[in-house]
Design a protein around this ligand. Structure first.
Ligand code: IMP
Ligand code: MG
Length: 191
């Protein structure tokens, strides 16, 4: 039923394989940070906090954490961008509150895509105000466009051209998040 959504850019099998690599890499890096502090990666006092950005980062984060065989906890953040029916970024706004217990912890922010950079710049800045031990930014997709906000990801799944994509958590007007591939949205569906 997803044939008409658009052109497949990245198939689900390729996404799954890359998410596994990212999870392994993240886990190894975080374990190194824990060991450097004298902590046991399997038994530490809530040092690793994953922060998925809702709603787009939900699917990626759900898969990513299951590729990280280590003790971690999750705090959710909701940021809205692209309000209404548009494919042009209009800036980022925090909805609700940020978790306020990040001080001294290793924080991994997880989002679907880095586009103008406004979302991740905002979240990173707000997290840094809490003096965490570290902040890492992990995105599935990095859109090759000039950034509006100066920010770069520490972990990236794929670089993609400047196209509006949906699927694997990414939406257009709230829909297509459940498409299992990354798809360049068909022109006739952008209305
Ligand atoms: P930025 O703040 O412009 O970097 O945009 C990041 C947010 O915009 C992401 O978290 C997505 O939710 C959304 N976004 C950016 N590009 C796309 C796209 O091609 N398709 C769907 N959502 C997108
Ligand atoms: Mg988003």
């Amino acid at each position: 039923m997803f044939e008409d959504v658009g052109t497949v850019l990245i198939e689900r099998e390729k996404i799954n394989a890359r998410v596994r690599e990212l999870g392994n890499q993240l886990a190894a890096d975080l374990e190194a940070s824990l060991r450097a502090e004298g902590h046991n990666p399997a038994d530490h006092p809530d040092r690793i906090v994953m922060v998925p950005i809702l709603t787009g980062g939900m699917v990626f984060a759900a898969d990513l954490i299951r590729e990280m065989p280590m003790k971690l906890s999750i705090r959710l953040v909701t940021v809205s961008s692209y309000p209404g029916q548009t494919t042009v970024s209009k800036g980022a706004a925090l909805r609700g509150t940020l978790p306020h217990d990040l001080e001294g912890r290793h924080v991994v922010v997880v989002d679907d895509i880095l586009d103008s950079g406004q979302t991740l710049a905002l979240v990173k800045q707000l997290i840094l105000e809490q003096n965490p031990a570290s902040v890492r930014l992990c995105v599935l997709l990095d859109k090759q466009v000039p950034r509006v906000a100066h920010v770069s990801a520490d972990y990236t799944g794929f670089e993609i051209p400047d196209e509006f994509v949906v699927g694997y958590g990414l939406d257009y007007n709230g829909f297509y998040r459940n498409v299992p591939h990354i798809v360049s949205l068909a022109e006739e569906l952008r209305k």
